[in-house]
Write a protein that binds this ligand. Structure first.
Ligand SMILES: [Zn+2]
Length: 236
């Protein structure tokens, strides 16, 4: 299974062959569809067949392993036979908004002190939970710090390290709720140059300016040691 989004998150479509299609989902030999995970939703899109018919993909999830990606259709869809050639095409406008917000949440991680205990990337909005007592956080100050990092246009790139290197640097793991996928020998880190470095398997934009202007829409206390910070893309 060739997961193209891991090496090139900007690829919007690819030719692929159906390996298997059943009630659990459609499996392809390669795909541009990101499966839900690490706080990022799965992609939506379509599979185009040679005869011109279109199979809508309403969600993408992981199956039994990291390389088992299930493309989910709605009810009443005729499933393609194994061996069928398709063009797999994601809803790029939605994915790009998810990439912008996902990258923004890395910035939020760098701006707010405290461990991240949870989070969710949404379409045009997102949130992170921090293990912090009440007080000391201010919406406008967080938004100003985020927008400054966005305007500074820091390069964003994946960096690979070995499991041993990660084990020697536990401080890299900021997100307690999402354990990095170790055991494959190497771990993918996401580096925002000069700002943030942590394990992440999601999709991100190439540089922080591409996120565009953001706002902090809300802050909540979810228990004594849990502060939830909501951010949104401006004008989306
Ligand atoms: Zn990430």
């Amino acid at each position: 299974m060739d997961a193209i989004f891991r090496t090139d998150p900007y690829t919007q479509s690819c030719e692929a062959t159906v390996l298997r299609a059943d009630e659990t989902g459609i499996r392809l030999d390669r795909t541009v569809f990101y499966p839900m995970g690490g706080g990022q939703p799965g992609d939506h899109g379509v599979l185009r067949l040679a005869d011109g018919s279109v199979i809508p993909i309403r969600d993408t999830v992981k199956g039994t392993g990291p390389d088992d990606i299930l493309h989910l259709t709605g009810p009443g869809v005729t499933l393609p036979a194994a061996g069928t050639k398709v063009t797999a095409e994601i809803d790029w406008e939605r994915r790009h908004r998810l990439m912008r917000m996902h990258t923004c949440l890395h910035l939020l991680c760098a701006v707010v002190p405290g461990e991240v205990t949870g989070g969710q990337v949404g379409d045009g909005k997102g949130r992170l939970d921090f293990n912090l007592p009440e007080g000391g956080l201010e919406k406008e100050a967080i938004a100003a710090a985020l927008n400054r990092l966005i305007e500074e246009d820091h390069p964003v790139r994946p960096v690979w390290i070995t499991d041993e290197e990660l084990a020697a640097k536990p401080e890299l793991v900021r997100t307690m709720s999402v354990k990095p996928p170790t055991g494959a020998g190497r771990v993918r880190l996401l580096e925002i140059e000069g700002v943030d470095l942590q394990p992440c398997g999601g999709t991100h934009v190439r540089s922080t300016a591409e996120i565009g202007r953001v706002e902090v829409t809300k802050m909540e206390s979810k228990g004594r040691q849990n502060r939830r910070v909501y951010v949104a893309l401006v004008g989306e």
